[in-house]
Design a protein around this ligand. Structure first.
Ligand SMILES: [Zn+2]
Length: 173
């Protein structure tokens, strides 16, 4: 893959954990044509055995194939699913499971994007990386809650500071 923008670089060497990356500033792209498929806020985890990222929503540039597929063996045994295709280059980018046994209940109606078919653009570092170079396993909910609490506390302090500034200015004038 080539990029004309000199600030963009392709790094393949290391696998990063999602917690090391600010996923609010991440977008997913077609590995072949760079069409945008979604963003990091939609990520719900990873199914390592299938090499897929679970996304809640994707852009309209992912097309759900009309044909329903079934398999008797493997990870998708006893599932009914459809292939997901890139609207622009028509390449395979993943699957959506319509019905499944309980072992895959958390994947039903989610978009399972195939990691080797994706690139991720990290806005903070202006870099394009392969999705396979990132682990999308989510941290335990307790850890996420603590992080969210810290963010809310920071926002609360900012609001208090702004309120004090506004009051100070109104008493001066
Ligand atoms: Zn494409």
């Amino acid at each position: 893959m080539e990029f004309n923008d000199s600030t963009m670089e392709l790094r393949k060497d290391q696998v990063k954990e999602l917690r090391e990356i600010d996923r609010r500033w991440m977008t997913f792209h077609c590995e072949k044509c760079n069409t945008v498929f979604g963003d990091g806020l939609s990520v719900c985890g990873e199914v390592k055995s299938m090499g897929c990222i679970l996304l809640l929503k994707v852009t309209k540039d992912i097309v759900i194939d009309d044909k329903k597929e079934t398999e008797l063996k493997g990870d998708l045994a006893q599932c009914m699913y459809s292939f997901l295709l890139c609207r622009c280059c028509r390449s395979f980018v993943g699957r959506i499971i319509h019905s499944s046994p309980t072992r895959l209940a958390n994947c039903r109606s989610m978009f399972l994007l195939h990691k080797p078919s994706l690139c991720c653009y990290l806005l903070n570092s202006s870099s394009m990386v392969k999705a396979t170079s990132i682990s999308f396993e989510l941290k335990p909910i307790g850890e996420s809650m603590k992080e969210m609490m810290r963010e809310f506390e920071g926002m609360y302090k900012q609001i208090i500071h702004l309120k004090k500034d506004v009051l100070d200015r109104s008493t001066i004038s």
